[in-house]
Design a protein around this ligand. Structure first.
Ligand SMILES: [Zn+2]
Ligand SMILES: [Zn+2]
Length: 230
């Protein structure tokens, strides 16, 4: 699936679970970003309008925009559509800005909330799967990680590409999200929504650790430094 086909499908169903749709979203940051916005956009419209959800809402708006461009302003003014369009665009722009402004730590916690099942897994994934996930993100790991990994996903997170992993710690699972394309300025610990977190500039990206108990962070951070930097 190429970007054009993806965007077409996105207009029809942003939540599509088709395999080629999902795999393109995992590989293409721009389309991942477009998906995040489309999903947020529909949700916000539903909240704002408080009407029964229509899965074709985004498509209708895009179609309306296209129609307007083709037929010119007057038609739209007569049909009273311009006001509605303006209102929805204001919402869209507002959401876009909020997504961009939210720090990686907040995006990571939100991502975690969206995939609670990742924290319930216990079967180790082979080291090749971890290497492979990084390789598809253009990163060759210098070493395999010494600790066990029970989940590895190539997840888009907002507009970012990541490798999302879970390591079962002695005091509960530790979520490890490597954000490939954004490097925070400094290493810092944070707390958010009951989670302990740490973000670490590492290589050209950012390593984010999340757990209920941050006591395991030092050891896991050291492992990932070795894996990424050698
Ligand atoms: Zn694409
Ligand atoms: Zn994920």
């Amino acid at each position: 699936m190429n970007c054009l086909e993806f965007r077409r499908q996105l207009g029809v169903d942003p939540q599509s679970s088709a395999a080629d749709f999902i795999s393109h979203r995992q590989e293409c940051a721009r389309c991942a970003e477009a998906t995040a916005r489309a999903v947020e956009f529909e949700a916000a419209l539903r909240r704002a309008l408080n009407v029964a959800p229509s899965t074709h809402l985004a498509e209708s708006i895009l179609l309306a925009q296209a129609t307007r461009q083709q037929r010119g302003r007057q038609t739209w003014l007569r049909r009273g559509g311009l006001l509605a369009l303006a209102a929805t665009l204001v919402v869209a722009v507002g959401i876009g800005m909020r997504v961009e402004a939210s720090p990686l730590s907040a995006q990571a916690v939100e991502h975690l909330r969206g995939e609670p099942e990742a924290l319930t897994l216990s079967q180790a994934v082979p080291p090749e799967s971890v290497r492979e996930a990084f390789a598809t993100r253009g990163i060759a790991l210098k070493h395999d990680i010494s600790g066990e990994v029970v989940f590895v996903g190539r997840c888009p997170m907002g507009s970012h590409l990541t490798v999302h992993m879970v390591m079962p710690g002695n005091t509960g699972p530790v979520t490890v999200i490597y954000v490939v394309d954004d490097r925070v300025k400094q290493r810092e610990d944070f707390q958010r929504e009951g989670w302990r977190g740490r973000s670490v500039p590492l290589g050209s990206g950012t390593l984010i650790l999340l757990a209920r108990d941050g006591g395991q962070f030092d050891g896991i951070e050291a492992q990932w430094r070795t894996a990424v930097q050698g």
